[in-house]
Design a protein around this ligand. Structure first.
Ligand code: MUC
Ligand code: MG
Length: 371
């Protein structure tokens, strides 16, 4: 039997390939948070707890995750049976409220270690994979219409992405919708165009904006209003034909249950960290299925570790009708993995090796790691 021996948390600030303009933050670097779980048989499992824009997106920050894991998680975990990730996570849940991103990283690290020990890829540990590759959207968020269209053209020409998510919510509704309409016109019949408002519209702005976007041919509207506003989202689902997707609204199985039973979303964006881990994200998928809510594989713009973990879960669970947006590593100007994830034919290819099937290159990581 192997025991958990040591836990290390590293924050690495990796530049992005261009500025990424979201309603709540403009990113020029991404703070990648990695959790290394060393077991006494020498195996090291890795998990990721990356979030967006410090505390601008959610309640956990990179620095907070590191502090929580080192101060509160590690003493509970050291010495536990490393072959029992579910038991370790149950212990954490008994002693630690919330901290979903930190818990996701620890669970991922434990599963990665178990996969390496047993020789099985994570998706096999999670029940076996349904597919070997997942369709991947790209986010157009340079902040400029012409540049976004040029970027989308390049992605199409390279057969990398034919689904584009446009980030809006920062400007006036009419300006944002004109920006999206221009991009939708440019890609009409060649790519699917979606938007993410990141909760930045009021109910009235959403009614106006979604009517404009629907006319422009946008098929999917992600989190147009406050994630807590169940009644507001339900009203938008009833009023419009285009699909309404919940993202920030979903903080694990309990919120998924609330939104599914209230018919307050047509689609759920499944995020492993936002759900509180892989097991919790699988429950969110099951609730969606039971409630006839379609699925989409979301990202917190993680690097290769969180992206690979998400891909294993999405490939092992029910079909993602709206595809995925597991492009996080492609937004980073530098690679942290020994062998990068493979993207081709508009799909992310699932890694095949044991555990996550990808390994961190420590020398590369050290170039960006905070002291
Ligand atoms: C979000 O809200 O979905 C996903 C893609 C992207 O560009 O930002 C994220 C966060
Ligand atoms: Mg979103």
């Amino acid at each position: 039997m192997a025991r958990i021996d040591k836990i290390e948390v590293v924050i690495a600030d990796v530049p992005t390939i261009r500025q990424h303009v979201l309603a709540m933050a403009t990113m020029t670097t991404q703070a990648i948070v990695l959790v290394f779980i060393r077991c006494d048989d020498g195996i090291v499992g890795v998990g990721e707890a990356t979030t967006i824009g410090g505390l601008a997106y959610g309640e956990e920050s990179p620095e907070g995750v590191k502090l929580a894991i080192e101060t509160y998680f590690a003493p509970l975990l050291i010495g536990l049976d490393a072959d029992r990730p579910a038991a370790a996570m149950a212990l954490l849940d008994r002693h630690i409220v919330g901290n979903r991103f930190a818990k996701c990283a620890v669970e991922t690290g434990l599963l990665d270690a178990l996969g390496q020990r047993t020789g099985l890829p994570l998706s096999e540990l999670l029940g076996g994979r349904r597919c070997d590759a997942l369709p991947v959207a790209w986010t157009l968020a340079s902040g400029e219409t012409v540049r976004d269209i040029e970027e989308g053209e390049a992605m199409l020409a390279a057969c990398r992405h034919n689904m584009f998510k446009i980030k809006i919510g920062k400007r006036e509704v009419a300006d944002d919708c004109a920006h999206v309409a221009a991009i939708a016109r440019a890609f009409e019949g060649r790519a699917s165009v979606r938007v993410d408002v990141n909760q930045h519209w009021t109910r009235a702005q959403a009614a106006d904006g979604i009517a404009r976007l629907q006319d422009a041919g946008v098929a999917l509207i992600e989190q147009p209003i406050d994630g807590q506003d169940v009644a507001g989202l339900r009203a938008l689902c009833e009023r419009f034909d285009c699909a309404i997707m919940a993202d920030e609204a979903l903080t694990g199985p309990a919120s998924a249950w609330r939104f599914a039973t209230a018919a307050a979303a047509d689609v759920f964006s499944i995020k492993i960290a936002q759900s509180g881990g892989l097991a919790a994200a699988a429950k969110v998928c099951a609730i969606a299925e039971a409630g006839h809510v379609a699925l989409y594989g979301g990202t917190m713009l993680e690097g290769g570790i969180g992206t690979a973990a998400s891909a294993h879960l999405f490939a092992a669970g029910p079909a993602m009708e709206w595809g995925t947006e597991l492009f996080g590593p492609l937004l980073l100007a530098d690679e942290l993995l020994e062998e990068p994830l493979h993207y081709r034919d508009f799909m992310l290819q699932l890694p095949v090796g044991p555990g996550l099937g990808v390994r961190i290159d420590r020398a590369r990581l050290d170039r960006f790691a905070r002291n």
